[in-house]
Design a protein. Structure first.
Length: 656
């Protein structure tokens, strides 16, 4: 029980060994964070009908990021972090003391000191005494700090930096059970990848609440799912969990249907022969057979409720959508130099380190800030819809329905309710105050407003930060089928993988454009530098100088200079592929054609298998087979085999 509501009920949750890596998944509001608080004792379990409630059978040390605070901000970073190593440092001092004492000891005393020395050395080694200094330094730099930051006082760091330092302190403390609630939020990709490697080798138990599918896929060996207040354990990582959940659902549904059909068959036999004296024994036997059946419940349907975001833009843009030449973004100093030539229908994913200028680039494109130098231009008929990650903090004392209606006063109340309902604001939920909404609900409200305008270019800054997995999958599907153009920033690699057709990688040492999706981006070490666009424009374009400005405008169908925008630094790098830009384009084109042909072939196969499955399902419903259990089983087995084949082909299509 939590407040007046039951969040979790009859929970069985177990950390079975000291190296178990557990991920807890579920919808927003399902009770994942509540479960962590139960483990720490922050929330007490309510006993129901005299049932006993227990948390642990041992007494492990538990570390929880939300419990880490800094009591004294006047101390230096180094002083605060080294509190974690107090026992190791004390142990080292005693070891050094024992070395001196053993030099002068004899007999039993020497043996006692030697035993103590051996015990301490083993423990010192297990605690990481030989490498904790290097681990400390590596962790600092991996989280974006410099070694010189050690001497800064905690008060000199921002709130976000203090959160990172608390995370570092928690990791270095190495509790028996490490609890992490959304640990990848606000971390850039390189830091997330480093954290993955660290946690993979973490030699203690780990419990993670996360919506980052790729992160838990690479770390977890156990998944607990919370749905409808119940907790279910699955072995393996996230992909294994998805597969097992589907298999369990299909098996239970199949067994339920088969059992119900058998019950119906037996019941019909009883009804048919119950009044015949010669069949009394048989009917009693059938009734007992039904009574002794262990009923297989129909499995609960997947909780897939999500918002609806499909729409068609009001206008279609020209083929040339966005062109940027030597665009320098930043505020008081340059952050990055950008060269782009984006065509209609492309989905550009922008990735890179924190503070490098990703959000600044988007703000520049939408006109919130001015470029420091250079130029960029949108093509004809461009209408943008902009999602700023700060919208998750949007607040108002208005109700949801009033806030939406005030934004679009020409809409009727019915239209407002319908549009809000598509984003899961139904019935009394429209009367919630905006200030009382969760981060995820505020994101949905902002997206509803954006999609109402039917833009043809979506510019999105971390749109999934507050979404659960179903919400992310919904947005992925919407963006993948969106007929317009998408330019987005995200640290969610799985989301980038599903959506992006091009990757713009922004780093301190340069900005690089990869003219392909995330998987190729992650696997290739020889990118095409975005600066190469200024020397040899792709798709037949040529380098545009200031003298070519009017010719450039004419070629791209532009007659007016767009409103200025701004963003941040990084020097560009030279191409390192050993081939020219045009050669790279031809190779990329051939690869794209091959992929397109392969995808079409797989799509045809998927359509064929789906048709076969539908035909089998129609056969399954034929009246003449209603009481033929063996025949129904045979048909169902064929359906199962076809669905397995369909899943394999769809996975191949997804990865093609």
């Amino acid at each position: 029980m939590f407040a007046a509501d039951t969040i979790l009920e009859h929970v069985d949750f177990e950390v079975r060994n000291r190296n178990e890596k557990i991920a807890v998944v579920g919808r927003n509001g399902a009770g994942k964070t509540t479960l962590l608080k139960v483990i720490t004792g922050e929330v007490e379990l309510t006993k129901v009908d005299g049932e006993d409630s227990s948390i642990t059978s041992t007494n492990p040390t538990i570390g929880y990021l939300r419990q880490i605070t800094f009591d004294d901000l006047s101390v230096t970073l180094d002083t605060e972090i080294r509190k974690v190593f107090a026992d190791i440092i004390k142990e080292k001092e005693r070891i050094d003391e024992l070395v001196t004492l053993m030099d002068n000891a004899e007999g039993d005393e020497a043996e006692r000191l030697a035993r103590e020395y051996t015990t301490l050395m083993d423990d010192f080694k297990d605690r990481g005494g030989y490498y904790y200094e290097k681990e400390y330094d590596a962790m600092l730099t991996s989280f974006g700090f410099t070694l010189s930051d050690k001497e800064k006082k905690l008060a000199e760091f921002s709130g976000g930096q203090l959160t990172k330092l608390a995370f570092i302190k928690l990791l270095l403390s190495k509790p028996d059970i490490l609890l992490l609630d959304e640990p990848t939020n606000h971390l850039d990709m390189r830091t997330i990848e480093w954290l993955e490697g660290y946690l993979q080798n973490y030699n203690r138990a780990l419990v993670i609440v996360s919506h980052d599918r790729m992160f838990i896929d690479r770390i977890a060996n156990v998944v607990y799912e919370i749905t409808y207040g119940q907790v279910t354990r699955f072995s393996g990582n996230y992909s294994d969990y998805v597969r097992q959940k589907k298999e369990r659902y299909e098996k239970q549904l199949k067994d339920h249907i088969a059992q119900q059909k058998e019950i119906k068959r037996l019941t019909e036999l009883v009804e048919r022969f119950k009044n015949k004296p010669s069949k009394v024994a048989m009917t009693r036997s059938k009734l007992k057979q039904i009574e002794h059946m262990e009923l297989v419940a129909r499995p609960a349907d997947y909780d897939t409720k999500s918002f609806q975001a499909e729409f068609t833009p009001k206008l279609e843009t020209g083929k040339d959508l966005l062109f940027a030449k030597d665009l320098v973004i930043g505020y008081d100093r340059p952050l990055a130099t950008i060269n782009l030539d984006i065509k209609r229908g492309e989905r550009l994913g922008i990735v890179g380190d924190n503070g490098i200028g990703k959000s600044t680039l988007l703000k520049t494109l939408v006109g919130d800030i001015k470029p420091l130098s250079g130029d960029f231009r949108f093509g004809v008929n461009v209408q943008t819809g902009y999602f700023d990650q700060r919208m998750a903090q949007y607040t108002s004392d208005k109700t949801v329905i009033d806030d939406y209606h005030d934004t679009y006063p020409d809409l009727t109340e019915t239209q407002v309710r319908n549009q809000l309902g598509a984003f899961l604001f139904t019935q009394d939920e429209v009367y919630k105050e905006v200030s009382a909404l969760s981060g995820g609900e505020r994101v949905r409200l902002c997206l509803a407003k954006i999609f109402h305008t039917k833009p043809n270019v979506l510019i999105l800054d971390e749109p999934t930060n507050h979404m659960d997995m179903i919400g992310k999958e919904t947005l992925e599907a919407m963006l993948a089928s969106f007929p317009g153009t998408v330019i987005f920033v995200s640290h969610d690699r799985y989301f980038v993988k599903k959506v992006a057709t091009q990757i713009l990688d922004m780093r301190v040492d340069g900005v690089t454009l990869y003219p392909f999706g995330y998987e190729d981006y992650a696997s290739r070490s020889s990118p095409i530098s975005s600066d190469s666009l200024s020397r040899g424009w792709p798709q037949g374009c040529r380098k545009a100088s200031s003298a070519d400005a009017s010719d450039f405008d004419e070629r791209r169908g532009l007659s007016e200079r767009p409103a200025p925008c701004r963003t941040g630094p990084a020097t560009t790098t030279e191409p390192s592929m050993g081939i020219t830009t045009s050669q790279a384009e031809r190779l990329a084109g051939k690869e794209a054609d091959r992929r397109k042909r392969q995808k079409k072939k797989l799509e045809d196969k998927i359509e064929s298998i789906e048709k076969e499955i539908e035909e089998l399902k129609e056969e399954l419903c034929k009246p003449e087979y209603a009481s033929m259990y063996s025949k129904l089983t045979e048909i169902q087995n064929e359906i199962d085999a076809k669905e397995e084949e369909l899943l394999t082909v769809m996975e191949e299509w997804d990865n093609s």
